[in-house]
Design a protein around this ligand. Structure first.
Ligand SMILES: C[S@@+](CC[C@H](N)C(=O)[O-])C[C@H]1O[C@@H](n2cnc3c(N)ncnc32)[C@H](O)[C@@H]1O
Length: 277
């Protein structure tokens, strides 16, 4: 239960869901409330209904919608999260697609990349796997709804919490310590292209049928059913034939009718785009 009028809160959360796919309940509702309060004060608005009307009808409504992602998203992430999936990519997906990769780079997408820890971890893993030595190149696209996080990804300057899974050796090898934190070394930033995009209204920056694998981890848990289905449809269109989708450990396509088939790789479930899709 929050301090806001519940009917007004529902108006607003329905609008957020429609635009961004995000659902709110329990603790997430309380976090949302605490983030909205200061914004209402800044705009000198009293009630959530006023804010709803602002978002619907004010001449500056699109600018306000552009600010919303920073208030309504959970951007929790860190380097080398669920790294076993990077091993699956390197030891199963890349060898399987090797013939295709003679003439073109490996293409990966990190959807919901937050401040870049996930795509940069991938880049480090590909370097460590010796892909450049084997003459293979790659491109990593990475997108997120929250433009503030994308700006941070471009800076590539990280606080201690982002490096919680990095030992002393990893910190030394991949980062340069500065007054403001740990800056990722340039070679791991090359070939990673981070840009803002809403998976529910992709802005054309995502490739069409080109990715060998898409990682979308710890995002779909926040999505409504409709948004979940729309995102999976987008991934099916964006993946090359036979491409793979990697989800977070608490996300699954099992028991859903989609254009993907579950595949066991190295003892883990991943999803492979069906040939007919
Ligand atoms: C919890 S973070 C996960 C980050 C990373 N994938 C990981 O697993 O560590 C979820 C990210 O999804 C992004 N997100 C939420 N809704 C989105 C949408 N509609 N389109 C694109 N990104 C979205 C959020 O901004 C947030 O940065």
């Amino acid at each position: 239960m929050t301090g806001f009028d519940q009917a007004e809160l529902k108006l607003l959360t329905d609008l957020i869901q429609e635009r961004f796919g995000l659902m709110f309940n329990g603790i997430r509702m309380e976090i949302l409330e605490s983030r909205l309060r200061p914004r209402l004060r800044e705009l000198r608005l009293t009630t959530l209904r006023d804010y709803y009307h602002y978002l619907r009808f004010h001449p500056d409504r699109e600018a306000e919608f552009a600010r919303l992602p920073a208030m309504v998203t959970n951007n929790e992430t860190y380097f080398f999260r669920e790294t076993h999936q990077f091993d699956l990519l390197i030891h199963h997906v890349i060898p399987e697609r090797r013939a295709l990769l003679r003439d073109r780079p490996l293409r990966l997408l990190s959807a919901g990349c937050s401040s870049g820890e996930e795509p940069y971890s991938l880049s480090i893993a590909l370097h460590n796997a010796g892909l450049p030595l084997a003459g293979m190149s790659w491109e990593i696209d990475a997108c997120d709804l929250n433009p503030e996080r994308i700006a941070r990804a471009h800076e590539a300057l990280y606080a201690e919490s982002s490096l919680r899974a990095c030992d002393a050796e990893a910190r030394r090898r991949y980062f340069t310590q500065e007054a403001g934190g740990f800056r990722l070394k340039q070679k791991y930033r090359e070939k990673v292209r981070c840009f803002p995009s809403n998976l529910l209204a992709p802005n054309g920056a995502l490739g069409w049928a080109i990715y060998d694998a898409i990682l979308c981890r710890n995002l779909l848990i926040y999505f409504s059913e409709d948004a979940f289905a729309a995102a999976i449809g987008l991934f099916a269109r964006s993946l090359a034939p036979g491409g793979y989708l990697f989800l977070g450990h608490s996300e699954s396509l099992l028991d859903r009718k989609t254009s993907f088939a579950p595949a066991m790789l190295g003892g883990a479930v991943v999803y492979r785009k069906l040939e007919a899709a």
